[in-house]
Design a protein around this ligand. Sequence first.
Ligand code: NAD
Length: 414
Amino acid sequence: MSEFSLLSNVIRDLEYVAGIIELDRDILEFLKVPKRVLEVSIPVKMDDGHLEIFTGYRVQHNDARGPCKGGVRYHPKVTLDEVKALAMIMTWKCAVHDLPYGGAKGGVVCNPKEMSTEEIERLTRRYTFMIADFIGPFRDVPAPDLYTGPREMAWMMDTYSQLKGYLVPEVVTGKPTCIWGSEGRTGATGRGVAICAREVVKALNIRGRVTVAIQGFGNVGFNAAKTLYDMGFRIIGVSDSKGGIYSLEGLNPYKLMAHKKATGSVVGFEGARTITNEELLALKCDILIPAAIENVLTSRNADIIEARAVVEGANGPTTHEAAKILRERNVLVVPDILANGGGVTVSYLEWIQNLHREHWSLDEVHKRLEERMVRVFWEVYKNSVENGRDMRTEAMVIAVKRVAEAVKTLGIWP
Ligand code: NAD
């Protein structure tokens, strides 16, 4: 199996944990594969009049603990295997955060950067139409992921509602606040990552001004940076797809975002030295936050990581091999399913608000997010210390046990 296949990695993680908890072999086989897979060919009239056929997927990995939940990704490199892996990750993420959801993921193979707003809208509405029987407030609730956001969620909700004949806000989360979106949803993943980083500092008893390096300065990276900066942490390195920057004195994420908006990249920020993405990952710092793409910490670079802890903002940034090396080198890894669960947690809060036709204040949402993230962080951390296991393994142990117990209790086994 390739070290760089996300699906191979999530299956290896599952097999590893299954061995530890002596999971029934039949349940292991059941959990290795998604429950349902839908592939659609989406015809879209492009602005110049020609018809383009896009491939879209919706994968539901498991729904034993509740309706499936997971984002929709627009990217030219989307593959069915990737969507299957991400759906499985969502099952574990919802379970470790004890949310009443299973896991799902969607994806459309397209390049939104080269499409007009109208083309993206037509694509989104047609995709929603074609998966409409597959999703639903108590069946499968989509949300934003790479290159989708509140705008796409508004179109999805509207298309689904038109089909039903009445407004169904609870069919998707991550909507604009003016049409039943939750306060604090957009920044929730990064905020949750920052809360985990702050708890790591307490757990490892790190003293002085804590230094942080962040790979990726999009939704997750920026919101994590901003929250940590406001907490008094020093952000010494940041990167994006065009390269990285470093400043021992610290970077101001608000000014850096203004620079990125003006120039298209973090590179060239005044007073900072330019570095590569590889150099950013190897910076000597207290906390490294990979918040861009998967498979960035691998067997090739895990032994040069100088951070004391890695808090995973992205999905699957550390390969199975790299996790082993980091474990041996005593680098604490707060896994994606725990660290970036702030987004799905606030999605859950949005769904609850929608079902009750309520709208909570930003303070209320932040308070609930804070309580849930802190509780889950310490549950995983304390269990990992007691059981002598790393947090990545422990989070998976908790998640897989919960899902397996639900599957068994529901009694689908002969
Ligand atoms: P985004 O598109 O807003 O930002 C991605 C950032 O990564 C950009 O700054 C981009 O320049 C940078 N990047 C892309 N390729 C890179 C590379 N090769 N090297 C360095 N930087 C690179 O995306 P996002 O929403 O912030 O998501 C980032 C990660 O977090 C993804 O793995 C996503 O699945 C995961 N995630 C996001 C959310 C969410 O709520 N947005 C929730 C859970 C997990």
